[in-house]
Design a protein around this ligand. Structure first.
Ligand code: 5GP
Ligand code: ZN
Length: 112
């Protein structure tokens, strides 16, 4: 738990969120400012600042996130989707707790 981190506060329930799913490792919720009809955020419960901190010691949480994404996408029949993570300010990262965006619900354009 990082006291200054908005996503740690969402995971702990201190800040409310529209939860899609949670288990021991992963928390999934709706983005507050969706850019697609379906826009979910997948975060590890344990704080990591971003993709640049993924190591062999903690990558099990990342695998779990992708397993969960596939499972929830099927369960909710979201159709085709994109999963993306921004690593660093220059890449558009604004919240420095590792998260993966799942974008779906409309035809998606090119990545950049
Ligand atoms: P980033 O720009 O770091 O890749 O993505 C951060 C995302 O978190 C943004 O899409 C933003 O809308 C979302 N976000 C920021 N603060 C909150 C919040 O308090 N609640 C929710 N549900 N989403 C948030
Ligand atoms: Zn955090």
């Amino acid at each position: 738990m990082n006291r200054d981190c908005v996503f740690c506060k969402i995971v702990s329930g201190e800040i409310p969120s529209k939860k899609i799913y949670e288990d021991d490792t992963v928390y999934v919720f709706e983005d507050i400012n969706p850019v697609t009809p379906i826009h979910w955020l997948f975060v590890p419960k344990k704080h990591l600042s971003g993709a640049g901190e993924i190591t062999s010691e903690n990558s099990d949480a990342v695998a779990k996130i992708f397993e969960t994404a596939a499972s929830l996408a099927n369960e909710h029949a979201v159709g085709d989707y994109r999963i993306v993570t921004n690593c660093g300010k220059g890449a558009g990262q604004t919240v420095f707790h590792l998260h993966f965006h799942l974008l779906a619900g409309r035809q998606l354009g090119e990545m950049v």
